[in-house]
Design a protein around this ligand. Structure first.
Ligand code: NAD
Length: 355
C-alpha cells in the first residue's frame, strides 16, 4: 500500500518536530507499506508567503491526500493580524473543509513519566484513555446565536443542537475505537437537564445493539469531570459532544502533565484524517532544537492505525517510544534528575534506533 500524506509543518517548532516524525515513518517503510509525502504551507508561514493562512494550493493537496500530518500553527508575530488572517484560522478552515467531525485524543501516562503529573503517581501511572469528541456540531455551531437587546439590556444566546445522524456517526467512531482497545465505552452527557443530550444518550443506546462486544456506560458531565481527577484509570474510551469534549479532553491531557507527548486525530466519515500533536507551536523554544517530537511521532502512529489500519506498524512505533522513555531519554519538557537530556533530533534518533 502506497499512501499519500499531505505534510503541513506549520510554524514555531512545527518544522523541527515534523522532520523527526517523517524520519520515523521512513524507518517503518516496507512490509507492504510505503508512502509519499508532499509538503504545503499552513498558518503564519502561509500568511507570510501568500497572505492567507490556508492557501488554495494547500487545500488542493489536503483534499487529494489520503491523510494529513500537521505540526502546529501560530506565534506572537501574527497575533495582531485581523481575525481572518490569523494562523489558527487555517486550522479551522481545513477541519471544516474536510468535514473532520471526530476528534480523538488519547491521554497516556507512561509509568516512567508518572512524576510529571500533578496527581499522585498511583492514581495516574499507566493511565491510557481515549477521548472521542464531536467537532463540528453542538452549541459551538448551533443557530440562532448572538447578542441582542431585550428589555433595555443585552442578552447573549446560543443553541445546543444535535441531529440523530450527527450523534450516530460520532457514536460509530467511538464504538469502533473501543473495539480496537479495551472494549469499554463511556458516553458523557447532561441528560438530566438538556434535551439534546437526552437524544444523545438514546442514540448511543440504540447504536450499542450493533456492538455487543463493547460495554457501554453513561455518565453525567459534571461527574465525569470529577471522576477524571479522582480515578481516571476507570475509563477506556469516552465519547461526548463538542463543548463537553473541549473541556474534558483538556482536563484529561493535563492529567499526564506532559503536553509534548500527546497526539491527536480528527477524522471524517471515511476515516480520512488530520493528525497533529495536541500542543501548540511553542514559540518560546522554536529553532532551538529542544522541542519534544514524540507527540508528532505518536500522531504519525495514530495515522497508520486509524486511517490505514496498519496496526502492526503503529504498534511498532508506540513500542519504540516506550522503550526510549524506559531507557531514560528525555527532552527538556519531561526531564528530571537522573535521566538523559536530549534534543529534538537525538530523540528522533533514539526512536529510530529502538525500532
Ligand atoms: P504551546 O502548546 O505552544 O506551549 C505551551 C508550553 O508548552 C510552552 O512553554 C512550550 O514551550 C511547551 N511545549 C509545547 N509543546 C512542546 C513540545 N513539543 N516540546 C517541549 N515543550 C513544549 O501553547 P501556547 O504557548 O499557548 O501557544 C503558542 C502558539 O501556539 C499560539 O500562537 C497558539 O495560538 C498556538 N497553538 C496552536 C495549536 C495548534 O496548532 N493546534 C494549539 C494550541 C496553540
Amino acid at each position: 500500500m502506497t499512501i499519500k500524506i499531505c505534510v503541513l509543518p506549520g510554524d514555531g517548532i512545527g518544522p523541527e518536530i515534523m522532520e523527526q516524525a517523517l524520519r520515523v515513518l521512513d524507518a517503518v517503510r516496507g512490509d507492504g507499506f510505503d508512502f509519499v509525502a508532499e509538503k504545503a504551507l499552513i498558518g503564519g508561514c502561509a500568511v507570510d508567503a501568500t497572505g492567507t493562512p490556508y492557501p488554495e494550493a494547500t487545500s488542493r493537496l489536503a483534499k487529494e491526500a489520503d491523510a494529513i500530518l500537521l505540526g502546529a500553527v501560530g506565534g506572537p508575530q501574527w497575533d495582531s493580524l485581523p481575525r481572518e488572517q490569523r494562523p489558527e484560522r487555517g486550522l479551522l478552515a481545513i477541519r471544516k473543509e474536510l468535514n473532520l467531525f471526530a476528534n480523538l485524543r488519547p491521554a497516556i501516562l507512561y509509568p516512567e513519566l508518572a512524576n510529571a503529573s500533578t496527581l499522585k503517581p498511583e492514581v495516574v501511572s499507566g493511565l491510557d484513555i481515549l477521548i472521542v469528541r464531536e467537532l463540528t456540531g453542538d452549541i459551538y455551531f448551533g443557530q440562532p446565536r448572538g447578542i441582542r437587546e431585550e428589555n433595555g439590556e443585552r442578552v447573549g444566546f446560543n443553541t445546543m443542537v444535535y441531529s440523530e445522524s450527527e450523534i450516530r456517526r460520532i457514536g460509530k467512531v467511538a464504538f469502533e475505537a473501543a473495539r480496537k482497545r479495551g472494549k469499554k465505552l463511556c458516553s458523557v452527557d447532561k441528560m438530566n437537564v438538556l434535551e439534546s443530550t437526552q437524544l444523545w444518550r438514546d442514540v448511543m443506546i440504540e447504536l450499542s445493539a450493533d456492538y455487543p462486544d463493547v460495554e457501554l456506560s453513561h455518565m453525567l458531565v459534571d461527574n465525569a469531570a470529577m471522576q477524571l481527577v479522582r480515578a481516571p484509570k476507570q475509563f477506556d474510551v469516552m465519547v461526548t459532544g463538542n463543548m463537553f469534549g473541549d473541556i474534558l479532553s483538556d482536563e484529561a491531557s493535563m492529567l499526564t502533565g506532559s503536553i509534548g507527548m500527546l497526539p491527536s486525530a480528527s477524522l471524517d466519515a471515511n476515516n480520512k484524517g488530520l493528525y497533529e500533536p495536541s500542543h501548540g507551536s511553542a514559540p518560546d523554544i522554536a529553532g532551538k532544537g529542544v522541542a519534544n517530537p514524540l507527540a508528532t511521532i505518536l500522531s504519525a502512529a495514530m495515522m497508520l492505525r486509524y486511517t490505514f489500519n496498519l496496526d502492526a506498524q503503529a504498534t511498532r512505533i508506540e513500542t519504540a517510544v516506550k522503550k526510549v522513555l524506559a531507557a531514560g531519554y528525555r527532552t527538556g519538557d519531561i526531564y528530571e534528575a537522573g535521566t538523559r537530556r536530549v534534543g529534538t533530533k537525538e530523540m528522533g534518533d533514539a526512536v529510530i534506533a529502538s525500532l
